[in-house]
Design a protein around this ligand. Structure first.
Ligand SMILES: Nc1ncnc2c1ncn2[C@@H]1O[C@H](COP(=O)(O)OP(=O)(O)OP(=O)(O)O)[C@@H](O)[C@H]1O
Ligand SMILES: [Mg+2]
Length: 243
């Protein structure tokens, strides 16, 4: 479904991402796990061409993403931004409707879809559709960010620290809700996190990133049983202990 090969990216001569390669099959869930500044967001944004790599290629369904118009590509890849990324001057309903509007859905269809998503995510049209993001709690904003990414039913979801701003209790609950959501189950997912518990619960594969590189890639079991080096071991172990 998504195949990244030897991605490289520097900003102002400083390497942010180096030789990053991975494959995510249809329905797969890859977690990019690493410390702050390790190149996770940059990697994610090279998948939907929010950032163009200096070198390397990304294939989507076997086709080089450079052959897509960026906006066409992005409609196939719902994007949940780090820190929600909701438009503050749009209501909840308007935020969720952004891609459906671009796709010229008619109003009743957008309304039905928005109501349905809000309900699935434990929010309601009457209580929340006309609120602005700053009137919502962090957890509610996070759900709206997910609803927006899911609105036009893209096959791929790119999620950047979707639970990053939440307290541990809310984080655990929302993570569980995501897992149980039918719409989430059918997606191909690439998700960025610095939280080992997110990665273990949501991922079928985990790529550990450090200093712009993926230093180990494997299933949760493989990483836990055979960490490639002390960094991986410390990362898995240290954060698990902190829970
Ligand atoms: N637009 C930019 N201009 C200059 N440097 C950038 C830019 N975006 C990222 N960087 C640098 O690239 C490196 C990787 O950044 P990136 O945002 O990918 O890290 P990250 O793993 O997502 O970190 P975090 O967990 O803090 O979000 C960092 O050193 C960062 O300062
Ligand atoms: Mg980031």
């Amino acid at each position: 479904m998504i195949e990244a090969s030897q991605l490289n990216k520097s900003f102002d001569g400083r390497v942010a991402v180096q030789d990053v390669s991975f494959r995510v099959p249809e329905g797969g869930r890859l977690m990019l796990l690493g410390t702050s500044g390790s190149g996770k967001t940059t990697t994610l944004r090279m998948l939907n061409r929010l950032i163009d790599p200096d070198g390397g290629t990304v294939l989507f369904r076997g086709q080089d993403t450079r052959t897509f118009r960026p906006e066409i590509l992005r409609r196939q890849m719902g994007y949940v931004m780090q820190q929600y990324g909701l438009f503050p001057h749009y209501t909840v309903a308007e935020n969720i409707a952004i891609v459906p509007r671009l796709l010229h859905w008619d109003k009743p269809r957008i309304r039905r879809r928005t109501e349905d998503l809000l309900r699935q995510l434990g929010l309601s049209w009457d209580a929340h559709a006309h609120q602005y993001p700053n009137q919502l709690s962090g957890g509610q904003q996070q759900r709206v960010g997910l609803a927006r990414a899911l609105a036009a039913d893209p096959p791929v979801l790119l999620m950047d620290e979707p639970f990053g701003a939440l307290d541990p209790v809310t984080r655990t609950r929302i993570r569980q809700e995501f897992l149980e959501l039918d719409e989430f189950k059918s997606k191909t997912v690439v998700m960025v996190t610095h939280d080992i518990r997110d990665a273990l619960e949501l991922g079928d594969h985990i790529g550990i990133m450090d200093k712009g590189r993926i230093i180990q890639m494997g299933t949760p079991d493989e990483l836990q049983q055979n960490p490639a080096n002390d960094f991986v071991a410390a990362f898995l172990h240290g954060q698990t202990d902190a829970s």
